[in-house]
Design a protein around this ligand. Structure first.
Ligand code: AMP
Length: 418
């Protein structure tokens, strides 16, 4: 089905074409017409399925009409999302798809000064994209006027619940006009999510893409069994392969993330970190540099990496295996996006076999155990605290260009089609 059959309008179709999308993803094909018709919607879909555009595009159709009719500087749409990174990412999507629409948008999230956000809200914007905590603070200071609101989106609702945002969300939604259209997106349809739909939505239509907890099928997953002390050496060994050109490494703790990043920097691998001890600016910078290909490895913790969208991640490495199976699914959903092939590698030490078995039960299949080719399992462990480099990789490693022979093309049209 072509995009033009979905009822999007010329300006938005032009922007989609500019973005290089050739056809809607399954969730877009299913959700967009329903939203344009005015239904409330529950979208069950993981990140990587094109869900952001599935709500952003029809929202823009509505906003474009309201703006054309004279929106009187009133906020018409609100998107709530769990993390700052996701807010910024949704905004990037909105900017791309609304490039031919005169839309005013305010981003609202914690960890940065309130004043510019207050000013943006007071200046009158059509759309607010916000994390619930900061938005509630600003609403308490009477900086936001949602009395003209017609469109609400709760993105990654399951994550917002996990992060304890339910009381803030309730208070925000209570203050909104009852007559509105409400969309909710979640990776899974749990009892809590069903409860939320009863609370916030009216006769919603459900669109479900993919089975529950189904890690992206384009991702190759395997496990290296390795002692804890050998993990640093194995990581260095793997990174000596230049095909690993854009790698997201997950650690369990912030401290662990810093340690791994330091180790990699010491052997000349450009590395960024994404965790909650870093300032908002540092986090944004790490993400921007990684997206731009200036940084080859990004080391992250689960909370900080939630929902981030980076094209062309070649590998996800679970340096520490996640305790929660859901986190595994979220982590590996970062690669293999848009039908591109990716690899998810997990390091499993003695005490991580339990969570691995739990995951295998959760996803209903076993994960292949492999031996790392050419790796000396009996070598001396790399001491990560030492000052002098022990170089297992080429220090002068040149990162291949994304989109070149090693990388994945970014310029051509992207296709889904699972
Ligand atoms: P999301 O699931 O919203 O995080 O989207 C994942 C990625 O898919 C983003 O990088 C989008 O830019 C991209 N994308 C969304 N819709 C399409 C489409 N119809 N065709 C190709 N790529 C898309």
């Amino acid at each position: 089905m072509p995009f033009r059959a979905l009822g999007l309008g010329a300006n938005i179709l032009q922007a989609i074409q500019d973005a290089g999308y050739t056809e809607p993803t399954p969730i877009q094909a299913a959700a967009i017409p329903l939203v344009i018709e005015g239904h409330d919607l529950i979208g069950i879909a993981q990140t990587g399925t094109g869900k952001t555009a599935a709500f952003t595009l029809p929202m823009l159709v509505k906003l474009e009409k309201m703006i054309a009719a004279g929106s009187q500087n009133r906020t018409r749409a609100l998107v709530l999302a769990p993390t700052r990174e996701l807010v910024v990412q949704i905004h990037e999507n909105v900017r791309a798809y609304a490039k031919h629409v005169p839309l005013r948008v305010a981003n609202v999230y914690g960890g940065v000064g309130e004043r510019p956000q207050k000013e943006a809200l007071r200046s009158g914007v059509d759309l607010v994209i916000a994390t619930p905590g900061r938005l509630m603070d600003l609403m308490a200071q009477r900086c936001a006027d949602f009395s003209g609101l017609e469109f609400l989106v709760l993105d990654e609702a399951d994550r917002m619940l996990d992060m304890g945002f339910l009381p803030s969300i309730r208070r925000i939604v209570k203050s909104l006009p009852v007559k509105r259209q409400t969309l909710m997106f979640s990776a899974t349809l749990s009892r809590e999510i069903e409860g939320l739909t009863h609370e916030f939505q009216k006769s919603p239509k459900t669109v479900q893409i993919g089975r529950r907890a189904n890690p992206a099928e384009t991702v190759t997953q395997f496990v290296y069994e390795i002692s804890k002390t050998m993990k640093p050496a194995l990581l260095q060994h793997l990174l000596s392969d230049p095909a690993m050109n854009s790698v997201l490494v997950f650690t369990r703790t912030k401290h662990g993330a810093d340690r791994v990043a330091k180790q990699l920097e010491r052997i000349g691998i450009t590395t960024g970190t994404l965790h909650s001890n870093r300032s908002q600016n540092q986090r944004m910078r790490a993400l921007t540099d990684f997206k731009a290909g200036k940084v080859r490895v990004l080391v992250a913790t689960d909370i900080a990496a939630r929902g981030i969208d980076v094209d062309g991640i070649s590998h996800v490495i679970n340096y520490d295996f996640p305790m929660q199976s859901e986190d595994y699914v979220h982590r590996i959903g970062r690669t293999g996006r848009a039908n591109a092939v990716g690899e998810a590698i997990s390091f499993i030490s003695q005490d991580e076999h339990g969570p691995l078995r739990a995951l295998e039960k959760f996803i209903g299949r076993g994960i292949v155990r492999k031996k790392a080719e050419g790796f000396n399992y009996h070598a001396e462990p790399v001491k990560v605290s030492e000052d002098r480099p022990r170089d297992f990789t080429q220090r002068t490693h040149q990162r291949p260009q994304r989109g070149g022979a090693q990388g994945r093309g970014r310029s051509g049209p992207r296709r889904f089609g699972r």
